[in-house]
Design a protein around this ligand. Structure first.
Ligand code: NAD
Length: 497
């Protein structure tokens, strides 16, 4: 042992494991608060260099990153599969959507965030008015495990395109994917630590929140989101919170029932139901309830979890979630609910069988709380007003899906959610120009699209006087005559009945 090793503090590490086999996928350091602060300090220097590249310089690097991600897609997908247990096709789908976002943010940052002229108005018409969107500096991104590529990149990509440096803390279940993404970025941006990784448990995330970053972009559970917001309040550090959901799907009497059933089954069971915008509750017009339900159960019977090539979805990534799913199913059944598929025995040691629940009271946990498992409740409603009322009777408000011919847009608007899709499941998530985020317990702030770029920039207003106006309003030398003129002017401008 060398002298340095003898005196170097032991670095605590943790393993990420394949949830289907328990095999160790990788070993990573548990970064301390001191490590995190040091990373943020390095990021602050890098931020100046990165901002100095300008929109075009950054766009070029982001395009190079996109190319590397795309060319090494199989490598990324197999790592995602190992750490989450999801099928390769699903890993590819999330990576492809994330790459679309990198492309969109790189292409549109200048247009959205570049300086813009505003009208100075009549009273200050001797000025030019401009607004610019400047980078915040260093953004801390804290991510979950369920979509370890798509979800954190939704913040990271937009923060980088807006000119910020980023310190990223991935979930302790998917640190390998986080590391891979950061390593690929550093290949194309070797000059400065513009995107850094810190790994560990919740404490490492908590240290990032209080490390002096200029903003925290958090994606994860509502409970953690509340803790983060409380901690960030100490230093007035702004936060964007992308939290949980209990998303409804509405089926109107004139809907394409085949498509609605397909969307329900995929929306509820894909990724083992571990999707923040997954379908957890369905409200169906009474005229088509029986026919729809039969289609859902028939299709759901064909769906099977496993880790083999043909499995439709994988194990629960986080073993603790099995208890939540078990509890929600038990609560539903004990209060008069019936399982048309799956049920009490659906929850195994790693896998949960698809579960379709009916007659579940609206105030039960299975209807009110985020289950985050492959279960769905289906309820009959008199009409779509009742469907909207029941869908909105939750504190969550992330996304929603509507299947209807005549009233699709109207119903989508009336749902209390940040996002909605009509006649297809989850399509808003694949459209890079649309903002992503929720209301209520699902959080606030937006990633993706122009709103996502602005989330990571501060608006700077500049008024420049071009010439001295005949009437000077901002001087003690202002005369009663000037005041009288101003009063006359404002009456002409705004005083009409
Ligand atoms: P989680 O809240 O347990 O953890 C998320 C991240 O926060 C992890 O990296 C974790 O280490 C970190 N963390 C934990 N405690 C912390 C603390 N006190 N301070 C700072 N960081 C802390 O969530 P999860 O189980 O990883 O993810 C699942 C949840 O994420 C679900 O509720 C799901 O709906 C939600 N989610 C939301 C979206 C969205 O866009 N709205 C997307 C994906 C997942």
């Amino acid at each position: 042992m060398t002298a340095v090793e003898e005196h170097a503090p032991a670095v605590e590490t943790f393993d990420s494991r394949n949830p289907a086999t328990d095999e160790v996928v990788g070993t990573h350091p548990v970064h301390t608060a001191e490590d995190v602060r040091a990373a943020v300090e390095r990021a602050r220097e890098a931020a100046g260099w990165w901002a100095g590249l300008g929109f075009d310089g950054r766009a070029e690097r982001l395009r190079q990153w996109k190319g590397v991600l795309t060319r090494r897609l199989p490598q990324l997908c197999s790592l995602v599969r190992e750490e989450t247990g999801k099928p390769l096709g699903d890993a590819q789908l999330e990576a492809v959507l994330a790459i679309e976002h990198v492309a969109w943010a790189a292409k549109n940052a200048r247009k959205v965030l570049g300086g813009k002229r505003r009208s100075p108005g009549m009273l200050l018409s001797n000025h030019t008015a401009t607004v610019e969107y400047q980078p915040l500096g260093v953004v801390g991104v804290i991510g979950p495990w369920n979509y370890p590529v798509y979800t954190p990149l939704g913040s990271i990509t937009y923060a980088l395109a807006a000119g910020n440096a980023v310190v990223f803390k991935p979930s302790e279940y998917t640190p390998g994917v986080g590391k891979w993404l950061v390593d690929m970025f550093n290949e194309v941006v070797p000059e400065a630590p513009v995107l850094q990784l810190v790994t560990g448990y919740g404490a490492t995330g908590a240290a990032l929140v209080t490390s002096g970053v200029d903003k925290i972009a958090f994606t994860g559970s509502t409970a953690t989101g509340k803790k983060i917001m409380a901690a960030a309040a100490e230093t007035l550090t702004p936060v964007v919170i992308e939290a949980g959901g209990k998303d409804p799907l509405l089926v109107d009497a004139d809907a394409d029932l085949e498509a609605a059933a397909e969307a329900t089954v995929w929306g509820a069971f894909s990724n083992s139901g571990q999707t923040c915008v997954g379908v957890e509750r369905v409200y169906v017009h009474e005229r088509v309830y029986d026919e729809f339900l039969e289609k859902v159960v028939t299709k759901a019977r064909e769906v099977r979890p496993g880790f083999d090539q043909d499995a439709n979805y994988g194990p629960m990534t986080m073993p603790a979630q099995l208890d939540v799913v078990r509890r929600h199913i038990a609560d539903a059944l004990s209060r008069g609910g019936r399982a048309l598929l799956g049920g009490a025995d659906a929850v195994g040691d790693r896998y949960v069988q698809p579960t379709v629940l009916v007659d579940v009271p609206e105030d039960s946990e299975a209807v009110r709380e985020e289950t985050f498992g492959p279960t769905v409740t289906v309820a009959r409603v008199r009409d779509m007003d009742e469907a909207v009322e029941k869908a909105n009777a939750t504190n969550y408000g992330l996304a929603a899906t509507v299947f209807a011919k005549a009233r699709g847009m109207e119903l989508a608007r009336r749902l209390r959610s940040g996002m909605a899709s009509v006649n297809a499941p989850l399509s808003f998530a694949g459209i890079a120009s649309l903002p992503f985020g929720g209301v209520g317990d699902s959080g606030f702030g937006r990633i993706h699209g122009p709103e996502g770029l602005r989330e990571f920039a501060r608006s700077k207003a500049i008024a420049r006087q071009r010439f001295t106006a005949p009437i000077n309003l901002t001087t003690f030398a202002r005369t009663p005559k000037t005041d009288a003129l101003v009063a006359k002017l404002i009456t002409v401008l705004h005083g009409k009945r």
